[in-house]
Design a protein around this ligand. Structure first.
Ligand code: SF4
Length: 316
């Protein structure tokens, strides 16, 4: 349903020299209908840039984007507008993503107006009421303003706005990280039930590994602009292979104390290097305890090392 082929996105840096931020370097994936790809990684690894490039909010430096089998990479805005109905986005901050001066009815109806898909006032109101009920709110909320709602309710409004055009793909850019923990599960369960009903594909960006595991069919781990490991969700948690993935999992707090004598992978030390000057070879070599000479020279290619399990590491 959504396919990215070898996407590169670089941003020029202002000032002397021709420096660029290497935000995304050759990311490829495809998401089948009704499935979720979770992208995880530390802040600054490029996962949000991938999401925005897939939406064509950012133009890719190179590579191509296919939506529902159609290449939308070079499409002009006029042609792209009709395709945008198929791909919608839920933003991270439910406080900043809703216009504080608009009533909920108008916020949700806005995409219909933008795409010329609205009918009479009464039909639009009915469409908004129906989608509000689908996300667990009600008709009585239509004439209120965003500040009258809690964070979780605002995110439901954001989901309703994304759903009103009947998209086939939803890009969820950290949709729960600004919410209280008690509300996160409600929003995620809502997204899952919408997927079961409508067969929507999700690209789900998050840094909470437990939540990504819960929502995703496939997980991609990103480091400094590249996917370094990708496989089915249960595999990545049951049998991680890349040293970075192992370190990420070891860094996540566990509700259970480790078994006596159980070996636990060491967590990752140090900071992620600057994407303006990424390290040569494997970008993770500055933090990897297994790094050897070849790691400083050659960039490891993401390749299948077991059935359905891809890793970019010279150890494999
Ligand atoms: Fe570590 Fe080398 Fe593998 Fe990179 S390629 S993760 S530095 S072992």
């Amino acid at each position: 349903m959504l396919e990215l082929r070898d996407i590169v996105k670089r941003f020029p840096v202002k000032g002397p020299g021709r420096r660029v931020v290497h935000a995304v370097e050759g990311v490829s994936f495809s998401i089948p209908p009704g499935e979720t790809l979770g992208l995880v990684g530390e802040s600054g690894c490029g996962k949000s840039t991938v999401a925005r490039t897939a939406m064509r909010i950012y133009e890719p430096t190179s590579g191509s984007i296919l939506l529902d089998g159609e290449d939308i990479t070079g499409m002009r805005e006029r042609e792209l507008k009709t395709r945008r109905k198929k791909i919608q986005m839920i933003f991270q901050d439910p406080y900043a993503s809703l216009n504080a001066r608009m009533k909920v009815r108008d916020i949700i109806a806005e995409p219909l107006v933008a795409h010329g898909a609205f009918g009479s006032q009464a039909e639009t109101t009915e469409a908004v009421a129906s989608i509000l009920e689908r996300v667990g709110l009600g008709r009585q909320h239509m004439n209120r303003y965003p500040h009258e709602f809690s964070g979780g309710q605002r995110q439901r409004i954001g989901i309703a706005r994304a759903l009103i055009l009947g998209p086939k793909v939803m890009i969820c850019d950290e949709p729960i990280s600004a919410l209280d923990v008690s509300i996160q599960a409600q929003v995620v369960n809502l997204l899952k039930s919408i997927q079961r009903e409508n067969g929507i594909s999700y690209l789900f960006i998050a840094h909470d590994l437990a939540m990504v595991r819960y929502v995703s069919h496939t997980v991609g781990v990103m480091y400094l602009g590249r996917i370094v490991e990708r496989c089915r969700s249960e595999e990545i948690y049951g049998r991680p292979l890349h040293p970075y993935t192992k370190g990420l999992l070891a860094s996540a707090p566990s509700p259970r104390p480790p078994e006596p004598g159980a070996e636990r992978a060491p967590s990752i030390e140090g900071d992620i290097p600057s994407p303006i000057a990424p390290p040569p070879g494997c970008a993770f070599h500055t933090r990897c305890r297994y790094a050897e000479a070849a790691c400083r020279e050659a960039i490891p290619v993401l390749r299948q090392v077991e059935s359905g399990h891809e890793v970019a590491c010279h150890l494999f």
